[in-house]
Design a protein around this ligand. Structure first.
Ligand SMILES: C[S@@+](CC[C@H](N)C(=O)[O-])C[C@H]1O[C@@H](n2cnc3c(N)ncnc32)[C@H](O)[C@@H]1O
Length: 278
């Protein structure tokens, strides 16, 4: 190989190196310069950050512990995911805007949460979030309702917290607010839902048939006792925990697949009861 060919190749390698270095520097600068603005276009909803005081309240309301897997659907700048990770939970943010995903990864790094607060670019309507034990949302009422069937199919007991927006006729199980003194002036109310077990249908008990009709966490129906049909009142599910009254007897039970087991009390009389799905 001639000296001029070697010189030519070296020059080419050097030039390519320079081009790559310039491109990297440019993209780093672009990333560093990216600043989100409130109202910034999102796929289905614009970016408005949840005030940090309400982020804290939302995670309190969901009783997040290190055993949880928290997924924020539409994770914005990553604040909810980073806060959940700081509480020791596994935490994932799903965000459509790639610039926001990069920003949230930088925010996580700045808070020492790289690897604990994880972010993926994606569409929440094409994401499998079924493994979460806690879902956090700050979307819009119609988007919550669009997600509702998928949420109701999650494991009973999964907690869902939403900033400001409700779930239509699925009433919330609890609510909490952050105050102006805490730095919250808008979007300061959070709602909690606990995914109820599915109990609709007929169940066999030692006394007689239990018929349950379910509307989200509310339960109505009847219980046959000694040939008499007693109407169920105050029927309610808290995840897998079922409570109802039939006549003057209060029933509590834990739903596990096709069985319910628990206790009843009527005046001073107490006992155990169980039911099997017919
Ligand atoms: C109101 S902001 C809430 C951000 C964050 N959860 C919080 O509470 O601070 C909604 C976020 O959802 C994102 N988003 C909108 N449509 C989306 C979609 N289909 N999939 C994933 N992210 C989406 C927006 O880019 C925006 O960052």
């Amino acid at each position: 190989m001639s000296a001029s060919t070697i010189f030519g190749r070296s020059l080419l390698v050097l030039s390519l190196g320079l081009v790559v270095a310039c491109a990297t520097a440019q993209s780093q600068t672009a990333q560093e310069e990216f600043k989100p603005y409130v109202g910034q276009e999102g796929k289905d909803v614009v970016w408005v950050p949840t005030p940090q005081a309400l982020v804290d309240r939302m995670l309190d309301l969901a009783k997040v512990t290190p055993k949880d897997y928290v997924i924020d659907l539409g994770s914005g700048d990553g604040r909810t995911v980073i806060t959940a990770a700081k509480r020791g939970a596994r935490a994932l943010g799903v965000e459509y805007n790639p610039n926001m995903v990069d920003l949230s990864r930088r925010n996580a790094a700045n808070e020492g949460m790289t690897g604990k607060a994880v972010f993926v670019q994606g569409d929440i309507f094409e994401t499998d979030f079924s493994k979460a034990t806690v879902i956090t949302l700050f979307l819009l009422p119609d988007l919550n309702i669009k997600l509702r069937p998928q949420i109701l199919d999650m494991r009973a007991g999964t907690r869902v917290v939403s900033n400001s927006f409700t779930m239509g006729e699925w009433e919330s199980d609890d609510t909490a607010s952050a105050t102006e003194d805490e730095g919250c002036s808008a979007y300061c109310t959070a709602y909690l839902w606990i995914v109820p077990a599915k109990v609709e249908g007929r169940w066999k008990t030692s006394q007689g048939e239990l018929r349950l009709d379910q509307q989200f966490q509310r339960v109505v129906g009847s219980l046959a006792v000694d040939g008499k049909l007693l109407k169920i009142s105050d029927g309610r599910l808290n995840g897998n925990e079922l409570a109802f009254t039939a006549g003057t007897t209060k029933y509590l039970g834990r739903v596990t697949g096709d069985t319910i087991e628990g206790t009843f009390s009527s005046g001073s009389a107490t006992g155990r009861w169980s039911a099997r799905r017919s």
